[in-house]
Design a protein around this ligand. Sequence first.
Ligand code: 13P
Length: 241
Amino acid sequence: MRRRIVAGNWKMNGTVADLATVAEISTAAKTAACEVVLCLPATLIRSARNLVGMEIGGQDCHARAEGAHTGDISAPMLRNAGAGWVILGHSERRRDHAEIDAQVAAKVLAAWEAGLTVILCIGETEAQYRAGETLGVLAAQIAGSLPEGATPANTMIAYEPVWAIGTGLTPSSDEITRAHAFIRARLPDPALSILYGGSVGPANAAAILALRGVDGALVGGASLASETFIPLIHAMEAAHA
Ligand code: 13P
């Protein structure tokens, strides 16, 4: 049995006022038949942990534990603030900060060292999708950004087609199933969970989460409000009930 999870990625959103939303989601998470984690802006991690019992994650970490890296946050710092998880290799990091696979791999090692569970994001751009390069891109990203040592306890993979993020577009069911099977065949352990991410919301969650090989969702926009996120938890529970 692979781990089933609904993970929220708040990206660069959320202030102290939004801790009320975290509290609402936490109440639903307590009785959920799947794992639930919210990856918050670093500024909210400590207060969210103090407020609720649920799992909280960060959205990036530096490969070093400490030092002269202005503006960066290390994995031990996330852990110290109360995070148990971290998203790494998100396409917005790869795009906005020119992160390459080798850097992502170094961050994964740092996160493991600090005891964080990693959600490692991979996925093709729209141009790569149109050129039919999806599977090749996924193979290269797994080879380059997932170091040796991944286990179901310390790592999950998130397949996030870049063109599906925040656009309302999603791949077809066949495309998602094929990508997840392709990724699984390249993982060191087939028991690692693979999440789908990209425009998941209350309207499509049931269909996506029911697909073979989809073990959960990594959710952006719909994770910002309890009204749109809690239904995804219920969809996950129903998908594999
Ligand atoms: P959206 O759910 O807003 O498309 O974002 C997906 C994502 O990037 C999650 O990491």
